[in-house]
Unconditional design. Sequence first.
Length: 207
Amino acid sequence: MEISFYTKWVASGREYKQGVDFYLKYGSNNTLKALFQSGANIYTKEKLDSELRAISVLVPERKISKYNRDDFPLQLQTEFDKLGELIRKIGYLHAQLAIVRTNSDRFKIAKDVLKLVEQRRNIFNRLDEFKTTGKDLLPIEIKKEIPEYNTENVALKALQLKDEARRLRVQRSKLKSNKKRVADYNYTVTRIAEIDMELIKLTNGAV
């Protein structure tokens, strides 16, 4: 069951039969199922809304706990770290849907939730793809910025590169004995070598 059903249902106008069909499939209270099937009125509409909202909150689309962060390369670990905040924002906005008074405010919140749900789904899709194929759906392209050559820019760039190299050397030491992270180790070693070359060019005034 998709957590975003309630949000989509609200955004599309709360079509009563569609909501009832969903509750008949996923709801657990037989008395309420019979009540909803008896017809739409003010009470059944409000009750259906609250029950569908409860289902959408209680049933998550995915559980982060099913994924081991250390199994993923560095770029996907960064994406993994975004999930907690995304899920918190989605939960908060879901709760706001029950509080706001106007349909326009409710529709705006529903749109915001849909965007966050899409971001979360894209991250999970990338994690699933890596677990299945060992490849990332969105390989990272490293773009090198070429600053204007002057003393201030060179000094700043050199400091940034040295700091990056320091962090990578720490990472390299951790990865060296981890056979499951060979790709990350190779990337780290390659990047350190690139930084060393860039520092040499900076020193010689070639950048």
